[in-house]
Design a protein around this ligand. Sequence first.
Ligand code: HEC
Length: 449
Amino acid sequence: MDLLDHSVLPQSAHHMVLLRYLLSLTFILFFLYASVLFGSLLYSLYFRRKGEKSGEKKYKRFSKELIDQVTFNKVIAIAFGVVPLLSAVFGYAQLLHNSGLNVPEFLLLALLLLIIALLFVYTYKYTFHLKEIFQFAEEKNVESQNGKYLTEEISSYYSKTGRLHKQSGFYALLFLTVTVYIFLSTVQLASNTTRWASDNNLFGLIFSFSALMDFVQFIAAAFSITSALVLYLQFKTNNGNEHDDNYKSYVKIFSLRSGLISTLILPLIIVLNVMISPVNLFSFDYFGVVLTALILVLLVATVFYVMIKDSSINYSTFLIVLLVFVFLSLVVKDQLAFDNSTKMQTAILVKEYDSYEKKIQEEMGVSTPISGADIYNGRCIACHNFDKKVVGPPYNSTLPKYEGKRDLLVKFILNPIKVNPDYPAMPNQGLKPKEAEAIADYLLKTYKK
Ligand code: HEC
């Protein structure tokens, strides 16, 4: 997309490091929010159905509390959902500039879907409350037996709201699922260079086994943190109301169990995810973070287990803190993978920045003197050494023949020709004449020392 490409600012290596940190921060916010939203919505829909089937009030109440716990404040949806995703669009547009990868566009699509999903989520929530009001009014009307007309009208609103409620719940989940899936597989694509050539389209993006596995991991983590959040909120509002006991103990037992089960599945998925990752994104740090994540997850599972055994929710604050660290380590793991596998891309951008900097300096008339040493350290050192053979021959053995023939050396550097059959041909280094002169002088002066 042209617009996104135009938004890209020249970036040095330092800027890119900073940008990567910001991106990680953004992801943590978004993951936490998306997980809780997804988990709560799915549980809420499940319990609404269960309530309708069995007619038991506690299910319906739980369903309502679940959706209320993530929608209590609209600012949260903007701050943790929309803004981070928008930042990710621009962050990736910067870091993947000129790579030809459609990552920013895919994320923009995810953002659009997220906004639609949020509209449905809030409709679901409001119709939940509205429905109850209509139901209440209808019951009261029937009781007092007056105003037949009003009763009919209320009934019609009641059933319409009910339909809207059902549909919005379904679409909310559908759009949220697609949002999360596209988001996860885009992040996957960005950090998996082996997929860059083949999967840079919607089809390749969606039909990828590793993306699917990331999604499974997301669901397990979402259930785990949603359960913990329910427990935490129950714990916070624990006012020991006698009337509530039945409801509260049901919610407690359900959340503890679902929390434990999803947390126990999580390590298996994490290990499987690492096993199917290409090796070019591995590093020592990467494995360190994976290990940290696994230990944290097992700790979370232990806490869930202890809480089940003691039948208490006293540790729910601790549980939330631990889970935030689990999310943190999973995000850092993905970002390390991105760092490791995109080293080439970073190098290209750094080179671009160098020429940009030079251009600006020229335009402003501050021409830095060309330094032969800098060119040597920046370009030639990759293949040359003075006394050792690297890719090219050692300078000490090739330079004597250029003694007193500086122009010939400059000519060779500007336009390398095949010389020694024992070596491959030297690739053209694309230097300007002035630069070639500077490096020639530097070499001729230095090699004798
Ligand atoms: C990608 C690897 C690579 C880089 C980078 C590279 N060279 Fe070379 N260079 C070679 C190889 C290979 C040869 C041997 C070519 C041959 O003998 O045909 C060579 C040969 C030379 C020679 C000997 C030519 C001769 O007449 O025998 C000089 C001088 C030289 N390079 C200078 C440079 C300078 C200056 C730079 C940096 C601006 C540079 N090279 C960067 C690979 C490289």
